[in-house]
Design a protein around this ligand. Structure first.
Ligand SMILES: C[S@@+](CC[C@H](N)C(=O)[O-])C[C@H]1O[C@@H](n2cnc3c(N)ncnc32)[C@H](O)[C@@H]1O
Length: 407
């Protein structure tokens, strides 16, 4: 096919959307931001392509809500209809489970975007603050980000002000919306001295931050960086601790966890973080909770050290190196586990040998979930319910809550 200035353009019909959210042509070339049904011209580089022109737009193509879409690396799927988007996300779960030979009806996708993302990581490089350009380490400035919750409405302005203070640095900035204002953690080589630290603390005050830390070390504290978690009105967040991406996501996942453990009286919450599930469970069951993050475990202990909760025993434990073994799992009526992207291979191997009647798995990665689910099913569990959850609107990520039972 012809092209301009030495670039060869290929013309093709887009057949589907692949697992990473890119369009896939009938010939199997992956082209970002192409919609199924589009007739496109694109620059081809091996198995990948870059869209040059949409010759005939698919009826599924819609106008993206964000002016940065298509350049920014944060969102992959603003250009397709909401129905297709929802069907595609659910299908990611259906296909991955089928590939692992796991037969179970998959529920409808639950929308958990709510009022938007309550945490964001912005990149700061050579005085520019924003997101990474798609497929690049370059940082592109952004004016708006429609997926952020109102509590992060000042995020971009603060990142830009920070970038101007540290033009020679290359760091990232994690911002979380809390009840006291934004909580910021600068990550990467800041090498602050007393003067720079004082300037950054003053900037945090001007922008109404509750707290600013660098690699979790305090720079400024103006108000308590707390969030409400289920029945707990104020849980003080440890700097940089894991938190579900949206408040609604936490609520939806928490509700599905409570539903999954049924009437269990003794529950283990593994990979508990600051305890969004443990806290909700402890309103009605005795809870053992474990996570490798000591600060998160301490925050959970403090949050439930008030009247109204059943006993919670929370400990720091590396569940990859030291998973709970069948003897330790014996007292529990139900186990909840919610590992990071890599899944929980060591812990599921032990669960597969144990006799816990109910297991609820929460996962942000269908591939490692399918691997771990396979281990449980091979160990004699029945996979009885799978619910896909969408708290990462417009991204290709999808989460899963699954129930397993043993007779
Ligand atoms: C997806 S987060 C879930 C946290 C919590 N359930 C929540 O909903 O906020 C995964 C958690 O696994 C923890 N983690 C990562 N590696 C671990 C390990 N080897 N042992 C125990 N916990 C680990 C992290 O600290 C993080 O809190």
């Amino acid at each position: 096919m012809g092209g301009e200035a030495g670039v060869t353009l290929v013309r093709a019909r887009v057949a589907a959307i692949g697992a990473g959210g890119d369009g896939v042509t009938e010939e199997g070339v992956f082209v970002p931001f192409a919609a199924p049904g589009d007739l496109i011209a694109f620059e081809q580089d091996g198995g990948r392509g870059k869209i040059a022109e949409v010759i005939e737009a698919s009826p599924e193509r819609v106008a993206p809500p964000c002016p940065h879409f298509g350049v920014c690396g944060a969102c992959q799927l603003q250009h397709i209809s909401h129905d297709l988007y929802r069907a595609w996300k659910r299908d990611q779960v259906v296909r991955t489970l089928a590939q692992a030979g796991l037969e179970v009806p998959v529920g409808e996708l639950v929308d958990a975007h709510g009022e938007g993302r309550r945490r964001v990581t912005l990149a700061i490089k050579h005085g520019v603050a924003g997101y990474h350009r798609r497929g690049s380490h370059d940082v592109m400035p952004v004016e708006v980000c429609p997926i952020l919750a109102p509590g992060l409405s000042g995020a971009i302005a603060f990142a830009q002000a920070l970038a101007a203070e540290i033009p020679e640095k290359w760091v990232s900035l994690l911002l979380t919306a809390t009840l006291g204002g934004m909580d910021g953690d600068i990550r990467g080589p800041l090498h602050g001295n007393a003067r720079l630290n004082a300037r950054l603390a003053a900037l945090a005050r001007e922008h109404g931050l509750a707290r600013l830390t660098a690699e979790r070390e305090p720079l400024a504290l103006y108000r308590s960086p707390s969030i409400g978690v289920g029945p707990v009105a104020m849980l003080v967040l440890p700097p940089g601790a894991f938190l579900q991406a949206t408040a609604k996501g936490e609520d939806v996942l928490g509700g599905l966890v409570l539903d999954g453990v049924k009437r269990a009286r003794r529950v283990a919450d593994l990979f508990c973080g600051v305890g969004p599930f443990a806290i909700r469970l402890a309103a009605r069951a005795q809870v053992y909770a474990a996570d490798t993050d000591a600060d998160a475990v301490a925050a959970l202990r403090k949050a439930v050290a008030v009247p109204g909760f059943k006993p919670v025993q929370a400990e720091r434990r590396d569940l990859f190196r030291r998973p709970l073994v069948p003897q330790e799992l014996e007292p529990f009526d139900a186990v909840v586990f919610d590992p990071a992207f890599d899944g929980a291979a060591a812990q599921t191997a032990e669960l597969a040998r144990a006799q816990v009647p109910r297991i609820v798995a929460v996962s942000c990665n269908p591939v490692t979930f399918a691997r771990d689910a396979r281990t449980l099913v091979d160990g004699g569990y029945r996979l009885t319910k799978v619910t896909p959850v969408d708290q990462f609107l417009y991204a290709s990520h999808v989460e899963i809550v699954a129930q397993f039972e043993r007779d």
